[in-house]
Design a protein. Sequence first.
Length: 76
Amino acid sequence: MTVSDWRKITKQLQNKPAKLAKFLKHNKPKERKTGIAKKPCEKCGRIGAHLSSYGLNLCRQCFREIATEIGFKKYS
């Protein structure tokens, strides 16, 4: 079950509080403590190919877009 499906179901169950509570108890997405999904990209929200060095917290695609603006140079 994806997060978007989970949100849709909670909207549908707003009028049924008992069923909503039971659904949340068993199906709520857990907060990640470790792993790849811990820190998503601050710009786009991707969770893969994450650069956290220098406190950037960006995915590699977003880093390529703004690297020259923040002072990184490409060496070939």
